[in-house]
Design a protein around this ligand. Sequence first.
Ligand SMILES: Nc1ncnc2c1ncn2[C@@H]1O[C@H](COP(=O)(O)OP(=O)(O)OP(=O)(O)O)[C@@H](O)[C@H]1O
Ligand SMILES: [Mg+2]
Length: 249
Amino acid sequence: MLEIKQLNVKAESKIILNNFNLTINDGEVHVLMGPNGTGKSTICKAIFNHPDYEITGKIEYDGHDLTKMTPTAISRLGLFLLNQNPVEIEGITNAELIRSALSEKNNTHIDIFKFNKRLNEICEIINLPKSFVHRDINFNMSGGEKKKNELLSLFMLEPKFIILDEIDSGLDVDALKVVGASLKKYYETYHPAILIVTHHQDILKYFPKYQVSILKDGSIIKTGNEALAQEIETTGFEANVISGSKENE
Ligand SMILES: Nc1ncnc2c1ncn2[C@@H]1O[C@H](COP(=O)(O)OP(=O)(O)OP(=O)(O)O)[C@@H](O)[C@H]1O
Ligand SMILES: [Mg+2]
């Protein structure tokens, strides 16, 4: 379980998140929505204790204080972040990185034949050309290719808690279907907790049940379920949440 309480996050002396609270239980799908620049990517990175951010408050995962851990140690707990803008790393291939990450995670030697077989299977599932396995991480890839390429690591590492920061942006219609269906399959097989940051409904259709939180000016101003995501898509933030939150005052 992930528990975030009274969290404040600053970068370059600017307050980005203030009194941010969010709990995500095991196996729960939680959707975070909100206007541009309100701190959605910041919370994703703050969970991983990204060095750009000054963090005060509580971020705990299964009793571990993530604010005191390195991103590598946080990954070892089974958390995985798919960044809104995946980082390009020239000189290290997908296969090299994933094999060493798997070997560290399982604390054992990874059999190369089984490893290659699994990589090929996953390429088929996510419709990624097999040649990508030996390409440098996200290097010279298109926006959509990077998102699918990151899924290769996700499927290989089998995380328990997945953060998807706009996985759907940059994907064409067909790619979105493949990615949505493969995430659905992953969810049904492993039942991870998933935090989905999105501006659109399409990716959410692959999950039958989820909670929704709306972030505005650094804190959650409204929570709900599938119906809230639908309302946002139809009426937008201004009409829905912002006037809605005033009504609640
Ligand atoms: N490392 C940083 N240094 C300075 N400012 C930052 C940093 N990271 C984020 N910000 C600022 O914090 C605010 C929130 O940024 P963030 O990327 O979290 O927004 P977002 O909700 O993900 O927006 P979008 O929907 O456009 O992706 C923005 O004003 C951004 O410029
Ligand atoms: Mg963002």
